[in-house]
Design a protein around this ligand. Structure first.
Ligand code: M6R
Length: 610
């Protein structure tokens, strides 16, 4: 979704803003723009361009901006109004004395627009954001902070704003409700940004602005207030990511780099979360007694995180014997689920900012439920709005297609299931010991699977022209099939369906002919033979099969055109392993098709609007 970076300091703002915007490209966007306060003539200068940031750079090369050390900039992912020059941010008031960048959606913009139009304001864009520029200008009586505060009082919805004003070029004002915004603290310079990677090479000291807070930044100072004017003492956090973690480090795409980071992510998780054969879940926010009293769990999540949640259902029910319902957060929030006294809400999210997941958690907590979040992004909204957090610490995930965040979520769900199994006395010490031993092998098994990437690349070469894919799995690998299909469609744009293999006969089998590519997830497990029957049925109809199977399973190659092997492991852990070949299949097919793997069309990394 949209990205924001703002700068105030003593250096030229424009190159810093452009650099920051490039680091936010991964969020998904269709146009970009910068607005700066010029010290030369006391004016606000704005440059905008549709398309990639290089178009904005070209424009700035041909129409340079100098002598401006305060500025805001934005990558826009269209919501209100088509991607175009006039709809891109920053948006200004009529006299171009105020400039605003905005993430989020202003719900009452139509009524504000009509009110301003009646006063003679001429609008130049179709956006919801433009009203803010005009409102701030209307309320500006020499104090930008007060004007922004008044304007905020008029808008409803979700927003993160950055505002500058030609009358006070040494001030940058920011505010947030719903959409994330951080403040970066530098030496003689300060920043605002929608996401840490934008400023990671400038500073690691950040303030996570909270909902209902606004900030005034000068070169040397940051002041924060609640919207009602009550001052807030800022808490400065130090980001632990390295700059390298937000760079490709020699890989052609972030997605491939992140696929390769999975052994490390799981190794770190094992190191920090397993002590003396027990699972340690620091941060969980509920006491052992509270965890013991859980009677049922709702997992809420979206997209890939929802698929991880589906795997979690199998794990928790099997290991801890607690009933679990998994809901797409967008469904949960509108269907009035029945929450009981000891119902736990478990949200799963990479970004911690997904609007639907956040709303589902808010709703459930308002109705008295306790909520834990499995989250990657430190200090995100979901973390703040939950009773406890289980951080996956997968590091920044830049590729829009989630890979390492997914396996880290499953890993954490596995540990959570073990903890509950122990507390609910469903798991003997011996069983726990055995499972933990297997789990500890995952990082080295990942390395073995990654060694086969050339083999997967060769398969992808044979498959990328297929017009439609079917992914089949059973039991704990049914969600793997859904995730395999999602990965492929989002980065290659090939229509792909994930299905529970047992459901094939009830419809999807009609799709099978010699033009259909089918990926069958068939590791050794209690449903292996059922999968083989499905494979036979597909083969009998000339479907083209790629199987993911357990090392040593020679038989399967008789039925499948291609086989990708994963090492032998407890069947419950197989979703962690099969994820890698599925990610690689999607990756190499998309590369063969020449797709923009890291920034697929129409997608945003973090979906902060409903
Ligand atoms: O940040 P979240 O994990 O809450 O995001 C949820 C989905 O938007 C996300 O997983 C999406 O489906 C990815 N693009 C999948 O690769």
């Amino acid at each position: 979704m949209c990205g924001i970076i703002g700068y105030i300091g003593s250096k030229e703002a424009t190159p810093i803003l452009l650099e920051g915007l490039k680091k936010l490209e991964y969020r998904g966007y269709d146009s970009s723009g910068v607005g700066v306060c010029s010290a030369k003539d006391g004016k606000i200068i704005v440059r905008k361009a549709q398309g990639k940031i290089r178009h904005l750079e070209d424009l700035i090369k041909s129409h340079p901006i100098t002598h401006a050390t305060t500025g805001i900039s934005h990558t826009r992912w269209a919501t209100h109004g088509a991607p175009s020059h006039r709809n891109s941010h920053p948006h200004c008031d009529v006299k171009q004395t105020i400039a605003v960048v905005h993430n989020g959606i202003i719900e009452n913009y139509q009524e504000l627009r009509q009110e301003l139009q009646k006063k003679g304001v001429k609008f130049v864009s179709e956006t919801d954001t433009e009203v803010v520029g005009h409102l701030v200008a209307e309320y500006f009586k020499g104090d930008l902070v007060k004007a922004v505060q008044k304007a905020i009082g008029r808008v409803r919805g979700a927003f993160a704003f950055g505002v500058i004003c030609s009358a006070d070029p040494n001030l940058l004002v920011a505010a947030r409700v719903g959409s994330p915004l951080i403040i970066g603290i530098g030496k003689g310079e300060n920043f605002i940004a929608s996401d840490v990677p934008a400023i990671l090479d400038k500073t690691k000291r950040v303030i996570y602005l909270k909902d209902g807070e606004m900030a005034a930044l000068t070169r040397d100072d940051v002041k924060i207030w609640k919207f009602d004017g009550k001052p807030v003492t800022p808490k400065i956090d130090t980001v632990t990511f390295t700059v390298g973690s937000a760079q490709k480090e020699g890989y052609p795409h972030f997605m491939l780099k992140e696929i390769h980071e999975q052994p490390h992510v799981l190794a770190q998780m094992i190191k920090s979360r397993i002590k003396n054969d027990h699972v340690v879940l620091d941060g969980i926010g509920l006491s052992d007694n509270q965890l013991k009293s859980i009677k049922n769990i709702y997992i809420v999540a979206c997209g890939t995180a929802y698929h991880a949640g589906m795997v979690g259902k199998y794990l928790i029910e099997k290991i801890a014997g607690i009933p679990v319902v998994v809901d797409a957060a967008s469904e949960f929030r509108y269907r009035e689920p029945i929450l009981q006294k000891n119902t736990l809400i478990l949200s799963v999210s990479q970004s911690g900012e997904t609007a639907d997941t956040l709303a589902a958690v808010r709703d459930a907590r308002a109705r008295g439920a306790k909520a834990i979040t499995i989250c990657n992004a430190v200090g995100s909204s979901l973390v703040r709005e939950s009773d406890g957090v289980l951080y996956t610490h997968a590091g920044p995930e830049i590729g829009v297609a989630s890979t390492k965040a997914y396996t880290a979520q499953i890993g954490m769900l596995y540990l959570f299931a073990l903890k509950l199994g122990e507390l609910h006395k469903k798991l003997s010490d011996q069983e726990r010991h055995k499972i933990i031993k297997e789990f500890k092998h995952i990082p080295s098994l990942y390395k073995t699977i990654l060694q086969q990437k050339e083999h997967v690349a060769q398969i992808a070469k044979k498959k990328f022209r297929f017009g439609c894919f079917l992914f089949l799995g059973r039991n704990v690998n049914y969600p793997s099939a859904l995730e395999g299909a999602l990965k492929l469609k989002e980065i290659s744009y090939i229509p792909a369906e994930g299905y529970a293999a047992g459901e094939m006969k009830h419809g999807p089998i009609a799709l099978i002919d010699e033009y259909r590519a089918v990926v069958c997830i068939a590791p050794q497990s209690e449903v292996y033979e059922k999968m083989i029957s499905n494979i036979q049925e597909i083969r009998a109809r000339k479907g083209k099969i790629t199987a993911i199977a357990t090392e040593g399973d020679k038989d399967i190659s008789k039925h499948a055109d291609y086989v990708i092997y994963i090492p032998k492991i407890d069947p419950l852990l197989t979703p962690l392993l099969v994820a890698i070949p599925l990610q690689l299949i999607a990756y190499y097919i998309a590369v063969n098709l020449g797709c923009d793997v890291d920034q697929p069309r129409n997608l945003a990394k973090s979906v902060t609007v409903e």
